[in-house]
Design a protein. Structure first.
Length: 276
């Protein structure tokens, strides 16, 4: 029987898990999916993700893949996964991918969103938003910092220890948008991210917004890479992996569109069948 390569678009609430990677102790996303997948397909599977999200980090469009000898249709596999998954984990789509496709090695960019609020959040938002006491927040000053962070830099000053290899990364785009109820979405698109990089960038920009740091200090941190700076790592609950971009012809999101339904962040949903 020939081998197939399946890609999964995943949505999950990271607060329910001890991160992505399978562990001997604690419930993880990888471990949960593999356990369910083996029940469905009656064979052992090894799941590979675009990247490992830490404990408490959420995903709207995580990409994972695995090979299988099963001939079960992709749509049937999707429905079976969702019927057996816990409530805070969901497969948005399952597709047959080329055998050459690799969810991690084929990825060239990732898009994250960090969500924080300058006013008290509704109680049901609290697991997904970093809320701080109401105070004046200088959004214009924060926006002055964004062009400083774009481009290729050594981001050591905006990372925690624990990573390996070079600390040089490229941020292609960083934007902040204001939504109702004081909600702020920080969008960051880059070719890769160091440990806690997005959460530290969000924390330092938050300090600029409340007047505890100046834009010149952000520039100084970039020009003088060091972990000796007093950095703020915002909580994991506000961080979402939104999308993974691939250079190959295969697009795991080909049947989906990112829709802003008025929730905390946009969500991947099946493309509308309406005639335009």
């Amino acid at each position: 029987m020939s081998l197939r390569n399946l890609s999964l678009v995943l949505e999950y609430d990271g607060s329910s898990y001890h991160g992505w990677q399978r562990q001997n102790k604690g419930k993880t996303i990888q471990g949960t999916i593999e356990e369910v997948g083996e029940k469905i397909l009656q064979e052992k599977i090894t799941l590979c993700a675009s990247g490992r999200t830490d404990a408490g980090v959420h995903a709207i469009g995580q990409i994972a893949s695995f090979t299988t000898s099963s001939n079960m249709p992709a749509e049937t596999i999707k429905k079976a996964f969702n019927s057996l998954f816990p409530s805070r984990l969901r497969v948005i789509d399952v597709l047959d991918a080329p055998l050459s496709f690799h969810s991690r090695k084929s990825a060239v960019r990732k898009i994250y969103v960090y969500v924080f609020s300058s006013s008290p959040s509704p109680v049901f938002w609290q697991p997904f938003v970093y809320s701080f006491s109401p105070r004046d927040f200088n959004l214009a000053l924060v926006k002055e910092c964004l062009p400083l962070l774009e481009g290729t830099h050594d981001f050591t000053s905006f990372s925690s220890s624990g990573g390996v290899g070079t600390s040089v990364r490229t941020i292609y785009s960083i934007q902040i948008e204001e939504k109702p109820r004081g909600l702020l979405r920080l969008w960051v698109e880059g070719n890769g991210f160091l440990y806690n990089m997005v959460r530290i960038i969000a924390g330092e920009l938050w300090k600029v917004g409340i007047g505890k740091k100046k834009p010149e200090e952000i520039k100084f941190m970039l020009e003088n890479p060091s972990r000796s700076f007093n950095r703020l790592v915002l909580p994991s609950r506000g961080l979402f992996l939104m999308q993974v971009c691939y250079l190959s012809d295969f697009n795991p999101y080909q049947n989906l569109e990112l829709v802003d339904e008025g929730w905390i962040v946009p969500l991947w949903r099946k493309k509308s069948s309406r005639i335009k």
